[in-house]
Design a protein around this ligand. Structure first.
Ligand code: PEP
Length: 248
């Protein structure tokens, strides 16, 4: 059985005091029914390392460089993330792809590096509204997964977490319906199953895109939805606790 996972993507939000308040409320309210991970801005990783010491709540960075070290101004490497206890690394978020030019090939290199470091990549994929309307949602998801699959092989997907995030649903308040999401999740699992059914049965596929407490239960109740990646609602303590506690 796959244990559900709910992750928070704080994006470029927060400060020391608002983070502390969120973390305190989360630690107090979360019932531990699912795995959970928080992706704060990188500079706050030490704050989370300190606050979450001894708790089951994992954390990680929102982006990583695939090189070990060197002249890459502004970047963070995996050894740095590991120094502060990161377990998960978000890779290929649509904002990274759209705003920072991350191609499928770059995303694949990052996944390779994260796995080589022994950490868990959370690989974000998903189609834009234009692509959905053009009927190429499955093709886009397949291309995004294939780019990684050809580099890491199917066995790696026992560890890789996939976050299916339709771009049109991110930060827009438009959640995919549970059925719309399930259709794509099922397609993704079949893609993996065509390579190795046992691995596909273990791969966690999260849904992301305006998840709220009111929509979480119906989404997480779908057979191929194994939790969520939550942006805006993860900045509201009560809302995020309710989303996490809906996952079991
Ligand atoms: C995200 O940033 O990954 C995300 C899903 O954001 P939101 O929940 O705000 O749509």
């Amino acid at each position: 059985m796959r244990r559900l996972l709910v992750a928070a993507n704080w994006k470029m939000n927060g400060d020391m005091s608002s983070n502390a308040a969120l973390l305190a409320a989360f630690k107090a309210g979360f019932n531990g029914s699912a795995d959970t991970a928080i992706f704060p801005p990188a500079v706050y990783i030490p704050q989370l390392a300190d606050s979450l010491k001894g708790s089951a709540i994992a954390y990680g960075v929102q982006n990583i460089h695939f090189e070990e070290k060197g002249a890459f101004t502004g970047e963070t490497n995996l050894a740095m993330a590991q120094d502060f206890g990161c377990q998960y690394i978000l890779v290929g978020h649509s904002e990274r792809r759209e705003l920072f030019g991350e191609t499928n090939a770059i995303v694949a290199k990052k996944v390779v590096a994260v796995l080589a470091a022994g950490l868990i990549p959370m690989l974000c994929i998903g189609e834009t509204l234009e692509q959905r309307e053009a009927g190429v949602t499955e093709q886009i998801c397949k291309e995004q997964i294939d780019a990684v699959l050809t580099q890491v092989g199917i066995k790696a997907f026992e560890k890789v977490v996939i976050a299916y995030e339709p771009v049109w649903a991110i930060g827009t308040g438009k959640t995919a319906s549970p059925e719309q999401a399930q259709d794509v999740h099922s397609f993704i699992r079949q893609l993996l199953a065509a390579e190795d059914a046992a691995v596909a049965a273990k791969t966690r596929i999260l849904y992301g895109g305006s998840v709220k407490a009111s929509s979480a239960q119906a989404l997480f109740g779908q057979p191929d939805i194994d939790g969520g990646l939550v942006g805006g609602a993860s900045l509201m303590a009560e809302e995020f606790v309710a989303i996490c506690n809906a996952a079991q």
